[in-house]
Write a protein that binds this ligand. Structure first.
Ligand SMILES: Cc1cc2nc3c(=O)[nH]c(=O)nc-3n(C[C@H](O)[C@H](O)[C@H](O)COP(=O)(O)O)c2cc1C
Length: 164
C-alpha cells in the first residue's frame, strides 16, 4: 500500500492488518488465500484480514451467503500490506477481481494507494516507468526520477527489514 495512507492501524493497535484479497470460482485460490492468512497469523504483530469480491452475475447478493465478507475500499486504506489471489483467465486476472480494482479510482486520486498525481508521462500503480517518446528522445522527467528514487528507497528499506 502506498505511503500516503491516512490511517495506519499499526500505530494505534500495535498490530498490522494484512489484507488477503482473493476471488475463487472453484475453491483452489480460496484455499490458498486461507493458507496465506494462516501464515500471516503466525507472524507476531500481524493479523490477516481475509476478503473476497462478488462474481459478475447480476443476481449476485450484496452480502456473501458464506465465507469472508466482500472487500471494501476501507480495507485497502486500513491494511498495511496486501496479498492478492486470482485464478488465471486467459493469462489475465479474473474479471470479478479486476472489476473491484477498477472501482478503486477514488483511492488513487486521493493518493491513498500511491502518490502518482503529479506525473504526466510516467509512473504506474505497479512501479516506476518512463515515456521515452516515439524517437527515444524524451528525457526522464522530474516525476519519473522521483518515482524511481522512491521505489529504490522502498526496496532497500524492505530488504533491510528482511535482513534483520
Ligand atoms: C475461462 C477460463 C480461462 C482460463 N485461462 C487460464 C490460463 O490462461 N492459464 C492457466 O494456467 N489457467 C487458466 N484457467 C484455469 C484457471 O486458472 C483455474 O481454473 C483456476 O486456477 C482455478 O482456481 P479456483 O479454483 O480458485 O477458481 C482458465 C480457466 C477458465 C475457466
Amino acid at each position: 500500500m502506498g505511503a500516503g495512507r491516512a490511517i495506519n492501524p499499526f500505530y494505534h493497535t500495535g498490530v498490522a492488518d494484512l489484507l488477503v484479497l482473493y476471488y475463487s470460482a472453484g475453491g483452489s485460490v480460496r484455499r490458498m488465500a486461507e493458507l496465506v492468512a494462516e501464515g500471516i497469523e503466525r507472524a507476531p504483530g500481524a493479523a490477516a484480514r481475509l476478503r473476497t469480491v462478488p462474481g459478475m452475475s447480476s443476481h449476485e447478493k450484496s452480502v456473501p451467503s458464506a465465507g469472508p465478507p466482500y472487500c471494501e475500499l476501507g480495507d485497502l486504506e486500513e491494511c498495511a500490506g496486501l496479498a492478492l489471489g486470482s485464478p488465471t483467465r486467459f493469462g489475465n486476472m479474473a474479471a470479478p477481481l479486476k472489476a473491484f480494482w477498477d472501482g478503486t479510482g477514488l483511492l488513487w486520486q486521493r493518493g491513498t494507494l500511491a502518490e502518482l498525481n503529479a506525473t504526466r508521462t510516467g509512473g504506474t500503480p505497479y512501479g516506476a516507468s518512463h515515456f521515452a517518446g516515439m524517437g527515444d528522445d524524451q528525457p526522464i522527467s522530474d516525476a519519473e526520477r522521483a518515482l524511481c528514487v522512491a521505489q529504490g528507497k522502498r526496496l532497500a528499506e524492505i530488504a533491510l527489514q528482511l535482513a534483520k
